[in-house]
Design a protein around this ligand. Structure first.
Ligand code: TYD
Length: 219
């Protein structure tokens, strides 16, 4: 089973993933938790190039690097885990590519879909939790978490985060369109809701969708 989380930077995915991981620990569906980009030695190196680098990377180069990292993670870690019947929770998957490289950077949708098929070996999530937040609120949250003054310092941002608020508005709109096309796969949540309320909604929705989760959270 593959559960993915999506949303723009600062939506609070990691908090929700941590809560879910804690709840499922020691249970039959105890998950393997992974994030993209990263998760294998090579994929972590690619992550470093993508996020920490001070160099400009072209949109196509960026797409191929994210995709290379994904292919490593899917083939080496995710597919074997799923074949063993394990639950995998993944912080970002190909919807991030459609939203960020497609809608954000403006790369061609059809070309993107073929590269996604190639890099995922056609693997698709069973359910995707999307945490919706405006770029403005996401930035506010990021800086308040770090207790930084709101006069923001570009050096605190990674390479993607330095793409600016218009970019993030396009990414958010991209997610909206992706969800529109695949309503059944997505569970859309308001990222500004209380984290505990969000956690309960996530657990409830897993219980409704999958028998393996129906008893979880009730005990
Ligand atoms: P990360 O620090 O993991 O951010 P977050 O906590 O927001 O998930 O950084 C991942 C960044 O890479 C994030 O800005 C989204 C971006 N990204 C893409 O642009 N395309 C992709 O395919 C993936 C997986 C991530």
């Amino acid at each position: 089973m593959l559960i993915t989380f999506e949303g723009i930077d600062g939506a609070g995915k990691s908090t929700q993933i941590r809560k879910l991981q804690k709840l499922l620990a020691g249970k039959k569906c105890e998950p393997i938790v992974l994030r993209e980009p990263g998760g294998t030695e090579i994929a972590e190196k690619i992550r470093h190039i993508l996020l920490e680098s001070r160099h400009d990377i072209s949109p196509v180069g960026e797409l191929l690097l994210f995709s290379a990292s994904r292919a490593e993670l899917v083939q080496q870690v995710i597919l074997p885990a799923i074949a063993e019947g394990k639950t995998v929770i993944l912080d970002r998957f190909f919807d991030s590519t459609t939203a960020y490289q497609g809608y954000g950077r403006g790369l061609d949708a059809e070309m993107l879909q073929s590269i996604i098929r190639l890099s995922t070996f056609s693997l698709r999530p069973d359910v995707t939790f999307y945490l919706d937040i405006s770029p403005e609120d996401a930035l506010l949250r990021k800086f308040s978490e770090k207790s930084l003054p709101l006069a923001f310092d570009e050096n605190e941002l990674d390479r993607m985060e330095r793409s600016g608020s218009d970019f993030y508005r396009r990414v958010r709109e991209g997610y909206r369109r992706i969800i529109e096309k695949e309503k059944n796969r997505f569970v859309v949540l308001d990222a500004l809701d209380d984290p505990e309320k969000l956690h309960k909604a996530i657990v409830a929705s897993l219980g409704e969708r999958f028998p393996a989760f129906s008893a979880i959270g009730k005990s």
